[in-house]
Design a protein around this ligand. Structure first.
Ligand SMILES: *[C@@H]1O[C@H](CO)[C@@H](O)[C@H](O)[C@H]1NC(C)=O
Ligand SMILES: *[C@@H]1O[C@H](CO)[C@@H](O)[C@H](O)[C@H]1NC(C)=O
Ligand SMILES: *[C@@H]1O[C@H](CO)[C@@H](O)[C@H](O)[C@H]1NC(C)=O
Ligand SMILES: *[C@@H]1O[C@H](CO)[C@@H](O)[C@H](O)[C@H]1NC(C)=O
Ligand SMILES: *[C@@H]1O[C@H](CO)[C@@H](O)[C@H](O)[C@H]1NC(C)=O
Ligand SMILES: *[C@@H]1O[C@H](CO)[C@@H](O)[C@H](O)[C@H]1NC(C)=O
Ligand SMILES: [Zn+2]
Length: 478
């Protein structure tokens, strides 16, 4: 969620032709290639034994996927079995090639605010509003429904669980639980489309089954009310990333507005903390211990710096773009991008037009090609292993021309095909990078499993903002 604006009614007719993912391993192209391989083997050798061995190798690759070579990525790939690379060179045009890639590897979007639409437009009721037809006919500015996400070849989604900063120190925890409930309801109501997922392997399994892997990201540290116990319970309920702040400070972390004197309001935001406090560092370590991804979208530059120093696992930016291309503080500065590369994380590029083009760099209206510019910029600066997609659909009021809703991802990938991106690099952008980061976070969790939970509490001083909503514990005889 990044902004809510004036809503406008749209009566455009949506593309409602669902296009289920075709099975990569059963395409005519693959069958043809396989026949050629077998034919030449027979031609080259009469030794039955050699043929049997070759067939065994082919069969094992087909059934379990290949182990990507070190050349295919960074060291983090070592020992990890993943979906195979793909050869889409048979495609007749750029769009067909883009779709071929997205059929071979899940496109995992880092951020979508559909659950907020259910709060705003239907009072949290999921069963009153079906996702199976064009939602634009009932909700203004809707970006997401099932026909359109199928057309867009979405493979996995981190659904944002967001409550406004105004609920901090009030009922943020209850409201967050209700948003999480909304997500679980729409996932479970549409089992032919969505599968509830909480692991990296679950994303791959859902994709193979033709389902959209559905995960949850908690958007804003205010949702845990400075309580590590609450953080743990959100993990147990399925939350797999937490954005350290939304656009407000918590008592333990600064948000992006701190970076600009004119967006900082001390009355609202409290004193500047200078990044993460000591308690904030404990939150990061507890997330590492749990295996919850650390999301640095929305945080202050100094918070990014602190979190990257403290975290034992790779971090994500679930919906942020490049500051050097558009100098909004919701975007990531080059110096931090270099730290992100060292950390092994991923920045998932936001499509919000206000973060895509901004003066003085660019004054023209934003278009699809400008989002591709952000992606190319990050790739050229730190490498293709650290970039992904986090469009922020249904969390923003306006989008670039050509990227209006979840049906448009293939058009973006086609633009990158035109810019000579390889099929493997497109797979990395789509999901390979995020899967790598998620797997590493799960590995760090396993390595930290000997540790007891962090039981730190926020001190009275740090908690002064919070006083009005705290129960006097003497009622427990304390
Ligand atoms: C949709 O937008 C139109 C025009 O701005 C407005 O009249 C209408 O009330 C809006 N509907 C909803 C549900 O917000
Ligand atoms: C939402 O539900 C509450 C509780 O029943 C009710 O008071 C409120 O009017 C409802 N709002 C809308 C927009 O339906
Ligand atoms: C759901 O729809 C029913 C029937 O139209 C209506 O009575 C009810 O208030 C709606 N509930 C919500 C939460 O919008
Ligand atoms: C800061 O926020 C408070 C509370 O919303 C408001 O009254 C005040 O005018 C703001 N100050 C500035 C400088 O914008
Ligand atoms: C942002 O943080 C990075 C990493 O520590 C630092 O190099 C850079 O100077 C910071 N930028 C600003 C404007 O403070
Ligand atoms: C700082 O905020 C002001 C007021 O919102 C804005 O005009 C300016 O562009 C911002 N600067 C940066 C670098 O974001
Ligand atoms: Zn956001």
């Amino acid at each position: 969620m990044d902004a809510t604006g004036d809503v406008t009614f749209s009566n455009k007719v949506g593309s409602s032709n669902a296009s289920p993912r075709s099975n990569l391993f059963n395409t005519p192209q693959t069958r043809m290639q396989t026949r050629i391989v077998y034919g030449s083997l027979v031609g080259l050798t009469v030794l039955v034994l050699a043929l049997v061995i070759a067939l065994a190798v082919v069969a094992s690759k087909k059934s379990t996927g290949r182990e990507p070579s070190a050349a295919a990525g960074s060291d983090a790939w070592n020992g990890v079995w993943d979906l195979p690379e793909v050869d889409c060179s048979y495609a007749k045009d750029k769009l067909e090639r883009a779709k071929c890639v997205l059929d071979s590897y899940p496109l995992i979007d880092g951020h979508n605010d559909l659950s907020a639409k259910y709060r705003i437009y239907s009072n949290t009721s999921v069963y009153n509003v079906s996702l199976t037809s064009d939602l634009r006919t009932i909700w203004n500015m809707s970006h997401t429904d099932i026909p359109r996400l199928r057309a867009g070849k979405l493979g996995g989604q981190f659904w944002a669980c967001f409550v406004p900063c105004g609920s901090q120190y009030k009922d943020a925890v209850r409201l967050s639980l209700e948003q999480l409930d909304i997500i679980e309801k729409f996932v479970r109501r549409n089992p032919e489309t969505f599968t509830w997922v909480t692991t990296s392997q679950g994303i791959i399994d859902a994709f193979k089954a033709g389902r959209v892997a559905s995960l949850v990201g908690l958007e804003g540290g205010h949702s845990i009310d400075s309580s590590l116990g609450t953080l743990r319970m959100f993990y147990n309920l399925g939350v797999r990333y937490m954005t350290i702040t939304h656009s407000c400070n918590t008592p333990w972390a600064d948000n992006w507005k701190m970076d600009n004197e004119s967006t900082y309001n001390e009355t609202v935001d409290g004193p500047k903390l200078g990044g993460l406090t000591e308690f904030g560092e404990k939150v990061i370590l507890e997330m590492n211990r749990l295996g919850m991804l650390i999301d640095l979208s929305h945080v202050a530059n100094a918070t990014m710096e602190d979190a990257l120093r403290v975290s034992k696992a790779p971090v994500i930016f679930s919906h942020s773009s490049a500051f050097s291309v558009c100098n909004h503080f919701r975007n990531v500065q080059d110096s931090v991008l270099h730290l992100l590369k060292e950390n092994g994380g991923v920045v998932m590029v936001n499509f919000y037009d206000k973060y895509v083009t901004c003066p003085p760099m660019r004054t023209s209206a934003s278009k699809l090609k400008h989002v591709a510019d952000h992606i190319d910029y990050i790739k050229n600066l730190i490498g293709v292993d650290y970039v992904g997609i986090g469009a922020d659909y249904d969390g923003v009021p306006s989008l670039p021309e050509g990227l209006e809703d979840v049906s448009t991802y293939p058009a973006l990938f086609a633009e990158l095909v035109a810019r000579r991106w390889s099929d493997l690099d497109l797979q990395k952008l789509a999901g390979r990078n995020l899967i790598r980061v998620f797997r590493k976070a799960e590995k760090v969790r396993d390595e930290m499993s000997y540790m007891p939970p962090f039981e730190d509490m926020l001190s009275e001083d740090e908690n002064s903002h919070n006083k009005p909503c705290r129960t006097d514990l003497s009622i427990w005889g304390m």
